[in-house]
Design a protein around this ligand. Structure first.
Ligand code: GAP
Length: 457
């Protein structure tokens, strides 16, 4: 038997979209009504994998630290929050319309866009193109609060979770009895009316952010900024991304957001090239100062010795969607095993949606079926596991390979004789026998093991 590993850099977004669709990770949303552009629904495996990503983030950010607390703020905040934060005035992209093809483009991304009538050309290049002047387009979705429509009831869906943290700074300072350096972490949906969403989940209008605002004495901000860039890079590598596919890129001065004095992006080599996976920004005292001015509530730290200052903020911010796509691209392989082709997701067991499958070799054999069912019932209490008794065993293995299940426990004739099962490893395809009574502790220990992506052969 030989295995040929595919090269991950050859993976296309179409292959990822097709796998997600085929195996029920992600579906186009509102499909029976013709869909809604760049909007997706997550199926069973997508939900399980997103939960793993969120849990891993919360574990690293909150559970395993003394200096960070959790928050879950509202999606719709007082509109004054977005005035103060600068989003009403400045959270905009420059937009141009084409009067000929009726498409909209980001004026600063024309080079990366395709003309609606002549896709081989950029917008504006063809004689038929008729572009409007650029105008600023605010990316916040508006809604109405209450039954009355009008300016006084206009509110926004949050475009970032961060502002919910800043406006709770005083609550946390007092009630959680924290002093800088300390952080507040939250995960939750954010909404942006992106002009050019696309590339599957990479840029969508509704996504789940995981943001942490770390409040520090101003003089220590550069040191903490470096610290968080390193921490976050290590965290992504710990999820299983290969080192050569991830890099850190400091922003040029002209790229910086209005609130940032320094930002570094952790980038992943997606099929569309190097792109932002996570941003780590030094937001200075911008947000706390703005909310102090606008609300009249002083957002500052006052020490017991009378020391008083507005903390600086270091912010690592990422979306589950960007991580989800990076993990799938990194893990996707098409390969030939013996004479057979298989598609396999070499996901880290930590993020794999299903940790193990329980498979009776012959489902009609009542002895094997009973053993398999009993083992499955035992394991499901502690782990995300699947029981599959339909079809040939080879096909069942390949179904599990495609969703990234790291191990399969197979119940066969020998199980009936000596109470052992076969463990099949997704990556090496090695098989070993272990006692059926020890499967749960074997799986628990295997999930604790450090994991790194297998080297390409
Ligand atoms: N609070 C800072 C902030 O929101 P950002 O760079 O605009 O900064 C942070 O967004 C992260 O959110 C990005 O690094 C990316 O992971 C994710 N993100 C932003 N826009 C997104 C979109 N339209 N679709 C998916 N993820 C997005």
């Amino acid at each position: 038997m030989w295995i040929r590993y595919g090269s991950v850099t050859d993976v296309t977004m179409d292959q990822i979209v097709s796998l997600c669709r085929r195996r029920g990770f992600v579906f186009p949303s509102s499909e029976i009504y013709g869909g809604l552009s760049s909007t997706y629904d997550y199926g069973h495996y997508g939900v399980l994998m997103k939960n793993e990503i969120r849990q891993a983030w919360l574990r690293a950010m909150v559970q395993e630290r003394d200096d960070i607390v959790a928050l879950d703020s509202a999606v719709i905040l007082n509109p004054a929050v977005w005035e103060a934060s600068g989003h009403v005035a400045g959270f905009t992209d420059p937009l141009v319309d084409c009067r000929t093809c009726k498409l909209r483009f980001r004026a600063d991304k024309l080079e990366d866009s395709q003309c609606g009538k002549r896709p081989s050309k950029k917008p504006g290049e063809d004689a038929q193109c008729d572009l409007t002047e650029a105008r600023q387009f605010n990316l916040m979705f508006q809604t109405q609060v209450g039954a009355l429509e009008g300016a006084s009831s206009t509110a926004f869906l949050r475009p970032e979770t961060a502002q919910g943290i800043f406006i709770n700074f005083k609550n946390v300072l007092q009630l959680a009895r924290r002093k800088p350096p300390f952080g507040i972490a939250q995960t939750g949906k954010s909404f942006r009316n992106e002009i050019t969403p696309g590339n599957f989940l990479f840029r969508v209008r509704e996504f789940e952010q995981m943001e942490m605002e770390f409040f520090v004495p101003p003089a220590d901000a550069p040191k903490w900024h470096e610290y968080w860039i390193e921490q976050r890079l290590d965290w992504h590598l710990g999820l299983g991304l290969r080192r050569e596919m991830v890099r850190v890129r400091p922003h040029e001065a002209e790229e910086l957001s209005h609130y940032s004095s320094a930002t570094s992006d952790i980038e992943y080599l997606y099929p569309i090239g190097w792109q932002e996976l996570e941003g780590v920004a030094n937001r200075g005292d911008y947000d706390l100062t703005q909310h102090t001015k606008s609300s009249g509530t002083k957002l500052e730290f006052v020490g017991q010795d009378g020391e008083r200052y507005v903390p600086y903020v270091i912010e690592p911010a990422v979306s589950i969607e960007r991580i989800f796509v990076a993990l799938l691209c990194d893990a996707y392989h098409e390969e030939v095993v013996g004479e057979r082709e298989r598609t396999v997701l070499r996901l880290s067991p930590r993020v794999a949606p299903v940790k193990a499958a329980v498979l009776p070799l012959i489902s009609k054999d009542t002895g094997m079926a009973t053993h398999a069912r009993n083992l499955f019932e035992e394991l499901r209490k502690r782990f995300s596991v699947e029981h599959d008794d339909s079809g040939q065993i080879g096909r069942r293995y390949r179904r599990q390979d495609e969703i990234g299940t790291p191990w399969a426990f197979t119940i066969d004739e020998q199980t009936l004789e000596d109470e052992t099962v076969t463990v099949r490893d997704r990556d090496s395809l090695a098989q070993e026998r272990i006692p059926i009574s020890g499967v749960a502790s074997w799986l628990s220990a295997a999930l604790e093991q450090p994991w790194s992506p297998p080297a390409a052969a």
